[in-house]
Structure formats: C-alpha cells, structure tokens
Ligand binder design. Structure first.
Ligand code: FAD
Length: 490
C-alpha cells in the first residue's frame, strides 16, 4: 500500500488539480493536507479580507473532499516542512505532491522543502495548476523577460492550452487519519464583524466558482467587450477571488468559455470571449513580471522612479485616511473605496481611477495604496496588485504614461453617466440630478437647494483641487522624466 500526501495551498479544487490527480494515479492512498503558516509569506501574509475568503474556501474544500472519501487534515505552525515531516511519519507516506505558487517568499520556501523532502528519500513533486504558461517558459527574442503586454500575449496566447483534468470520483484515504485542527481554530474570521457585506456577494469554494462562471457565461459574457468598463453593470466575471484561491483555473476557463461559443451560436460571442481570455492574459503577465522582477511589490520596476518626489507621510496622513474611508469628496473615488470596504472587491475601471487619484492627485506613494488593497481585497494577489499599482503610478511594466492623469470627473461621467453606481455607493448625493453627480461642488447653489444638499455638510468638499493637483503631479513627474536608460530591477 503506497501513500501520498497532497499538500493543498491555494488550489482549493478537485477538478483539474494536477497535484491531486498525479498523486491518485501513482498511489493507493492519498491524504489531503493543509498547513496554515502565514509567517512564511512575510511580509505579505494574507490580509484581513483574504483570510475571510480562506476560511470559507477551506470549509467548502474540506466538504468537497469528504464527499469523495477523504478528510482534509489541517495543521498550523511556523514551519511547513516540520509539519510535512510529521505527517509523513504518521502516515508512512512516500510522496508529497503540491501545485506551485509564484510569490518570491513562497518560491524560496518551496524550493527548500522540495530539496529537504528529496534528501529524506521521498518523492516530492510540484505541478502547475494556476497558470496557462509558467513564467520561465517565455522569453523575448533577445532572451529577456517580457515587460510589454502585447508581445507577451502574442506569444503566450498563441500556445495550445492543455485539456482540463477530470475530477476524481473517489479518494482512498489511509485508514488511520492523523489528528488535525478545526478550521475555526485557525482564527481567520474577524472578531469585530465588518464582513457582513461579503456574505451577500460571494460564495467561496469550487461550486461557488462554477456558479459564478455560469452566471457570467449566461449574461455578462455576451456584452463583455462593450460593457466591461461600466461599474454599474454586472458584465465582468467577478471570478478574481475564485481564481486567486485556485477554486477554478485558467485552463478550465479557456476551454469552458470557448466550448460555449461553439454550443450557443450567439452573435459576437467569440469576440467577447476572446477579450475575456485576453484579460486572463494580464493575470499571466503579472505572474511573469513578479517571477522575473521579485522586488517589485515594494520597489518601482524602473529604478529612476525611486527618486520620485512623493509627499511626506506626516503631510499626507489625513488625505490617505480620507481616501481609505471613501470621504475624499470626489464621488467616483469614494464610491469605489466604499465598494471595496463593504464587499472586498472593486470594479477594475474604478480601481484605476482611485489609484490614479491617490498617486497623481494626492501624490501619495503607490505602496500605501497597494498595502490598503492588500488588506481589503478578497482577490488580493501579490502579482496582480503589484502590476495594477505600478501601472497606475506610471512606474511599472507597460505603465500608463506619467502625463496621463485620469480626470475622475470625466471618467465618472463616461462610465457611470446616469449615476447608478454613484447613487448606490454614495447615497448622500443621490438626490442631485445626473449631470451634477460627478462633481457636486461645481453645481449651482440653486441645484443644491432643490436637492436639499449642503456641500461640506452632507458630503465633503473635495480634499484637493483636481486642476491644481494635476499641475503639481505633472511638475513632479517632469523631474524624473527623460529617456529611460535605467534597466529594470532584477
Ligand atoms: P474580468 O474582467 O472578468 O477578468 C477575468 C480575470 O482576468 C480576472 O478575474 C483577473 O484574474 C484577470 N484580470 C482582469 N483584468 C486584469 C488586470 N488588469 N490585471 C491582472 N489581471 C486581470 N486583480 C486581482 O485579481 N487581484 C488584485 O490584487 C488586483 N489588484 C489591482 C490593483 C489595481 C490598482 C488595479 C488597477 C487592478 C488590480 N487588479 C487585481 C486587476 C483587476 O482590477 C481585477 O482582476 C478585476 O477587476 C477582477 O474582476 P473580474 O474577475 O470581474 O475581472
């Protein structure tokens, strides 16, 4: 009787799970394990919203595994290798399989663990469950990592995508199951209940991921290209947290969505689905960048940006707090920040607007925004968050040019003309007419009066002048502009 451990980490699904399927194919018995060791992820231990998701994702995964015959044994500690060795001893396992993660601290840990287990005489194998293309598989013609999305995706997107692996019907677990912790003992849920809004929006777990996929395919997918920038529409997939926790994988999504195109003869569906798959390409690109430029979660990709004249922390503390709480007085920014706080998610276009406002209008370092997102997003991903923030600040790969400063009022009018999103998240201004919603401070006093709206009392006046702060940002960026002769950090 041979036994293998399957070490689950952020791959909480049984379908298309290469580590699980490989262990089942080679061994008589398989024991699923999860080891909670957040300190090994320092300084990027999961934030509060991610811990909420993790709790529920683990709960769903344990139930899914139990239904096909195996318990999920949960351990916690500061040393995953020590826990794995204990489990090997307790079960007599001869192999450990897992799926790869790509954050720098975890690559270092996993490399060390693989070597140590092999030195112990075990078969230690890692697999790819999370990406279409591994970051080390792609290079530019010159042999360098890609730093521009279009050529990256021309290469990555043209590759054949392997067939998804079928879910096992049964797992034979060892007769004697080692002791483990209950999920509650990991204390992942908040003690002060700020998470009520999450329950209405999300169903973590493999079944929840597929329900969300079906909802997207039967509705938003058909309008994806045209409506994906409109925050009041449910036209994007909202699959980001499910993808991050590996409850569904990109291989499954590519095959599933392309198959639907064939089945449902809906006009224009092909273009919409291919656009969606291209967005999955940005996820791939972010992992490529993080792998090749591992210092970028804290440092700009281009070193010359390290000299950027950000404001001092003491000077910006109040503005940062207003931004975090959704009280800047700029409705589209506040709407996004409140959506984030209440639901743990924010629409992509609005993420770009709030990030531009923080870095360019408020001149607050992008790292402050990235840290706040890290703690509050249910989809917080080191690779994608880093790319999004460096792109918005203008210092990363394929970044928005420094002189491109979103005007949040114009953006708001463009993406939420009738104010459906604004009225939902900023009810203080909801009685204003559509045309005045995007910049209430510019409306005539007669309009305020008619709407019984008192600027500065019912809702803050903007904490910064959009035109003056734009000029200030342009001057700051001018100090470091010029041809970029610096090479990116390695
Ligand atoms: P869809 O439009 O349905 O796209 C499908 C999937 O493609 C997404 O789930 C996501 O995995 C991927 N994707 C889409 N757009 C992007 C993008 N621009 N970059 C990378 N991947 C993308 N995404 C995260 O998953 N985690 C983060 O921590 C994160 N932080 C961000 C921070 C900033 C400042 C910005 C501007 C963007 C950030 N994004 C992040 C990217 C993007 O906003 C989200 O992936 C997207 O809003 C998720 O919604 P969706 O699943 O409905 O997307």
């Amino acid at each position: 009787m041979s036994t293998a451990l399957v070490w689950f980490r952020r791959d909480f699904r049984v379908a298309d799970n290469p580590a699980l399927i490989a262990a089942l194919a080679a061994h008589d018995q398989v024991l699923p394990v999860y080891i909670h060791a957040p300190d090994e992820e320092a300084p990027w231990q999961p934030g509060a919203a991610s811990r909420w998701w993790l709790h529920h994702s683990l709960t769903a995964h344990a139930a899914r595994l139990a239904a096909i015959g195996a318990p999920l044994v949960i351990r916690a500690g500061r040393d995953s290798l020590a826990e794995l060795r204990k489990l090997v001893k307790e079960t007599g396992a001869t192999a450990v399989h897992w799926n790869r993660l790509y954050e720098p601290a975890l690559i270092a840990r996993d490399t060390r663990i693989k070597q140590a287990l092999r030195d112990d005489g075990l078969d230690a194998e890692s697999h790819n469950s999370a990406l279409l293309v591994e970051p080390w598989e792609l290079k530019t013609g010159g042999g360098d990592p890609y730093r521009v999305f279009t050529p990256f995706w021309r290469n990555a997107g043209a590759r054949a995508v392997r067939e998804p692996l079928a879910a096992p019907k049964k797992i034979s677990a060892p007769k004697k199951i080692p002791a483990g912790l209950g999920i509650d003992q990991l204390k992942l849920l908040p003690t002060i209940r700020w998470d009520d809004g999450f329950y209405a929006d999300w169903t973590p777990g493999e079944a929840g991921a597929w329900a969300q996929t079906e909802a997207f395919c039967s509705d938003g997918a058909a309008h994806y290209k045209e409506q994906r920038d409109l925050p009041a529409q449910a036209s994007t997939s909202r699959l980001s947290p499910h993808l991050h926790f590996g409850e569904i994988g990109p291989v499954q999504l590519v095959h599933h969505t392309r198959r639907l195109v064939g089945e449902r003869q809906v006009k224009g569906l092909t273009g919409n689905i291919e656009h969606f798959i291209r967005e999955l390409g940005w996820r791939e690109f972010s992992h490529h960048l993080l792998f090749h430029f591992p210092t970028t979660p804290d440092q700009p990709l281009y070193p010359k940006f390290a000299a950027f004249p950000w404001r001092d922390a003491k000077d910006y503390a109040n503005d940062l707090r207003a931004w975090q709480r959704g009280l800047t007085g700029v409705p589209i920014v506040d709407a996004g920040m409140r959506q984030l706080w209440i639901t743990g998610w924010m629409h992509n276009r609005v993420r770009m607007i709030v990030a531009s406002f923080l870095t360019k209008n408020l001149l607050i370092p992008w790292q402050e925004g990235a840290r706040w997102f890290w703690d509050t997003l249910v989809d917080a991903s080191l690779a994608q968050n880093t790319l999004g923030w460096q792109w918005s600040a203008g210092c990363g790969a394929d970044a928005a040019p420094y002189f491109r400063i979103f005007n949040p009022v114009l953006q708001s009018g463009k993406v939420d003309g009738e104010g459906v999103y604004l009225r939902h998240w900023v009810p203080e201004i909801s009685k204003l007419p559509d045309a005045s919603l995007h910049a209430p401070w510019e409306a005539k006093p007669a309009i305020w009066l008619a709407a019984k709206f008192s600027p500065g009392q019912d809702y803050p006046k903007p904490i910064v002048s959009l035109s003056e702060s734009r000029e200030r940002a342009l001057a700051a960026y001018a100090r470091i502009k010029g041809p970029d002769t610096s090479s990116p950090l390695l």
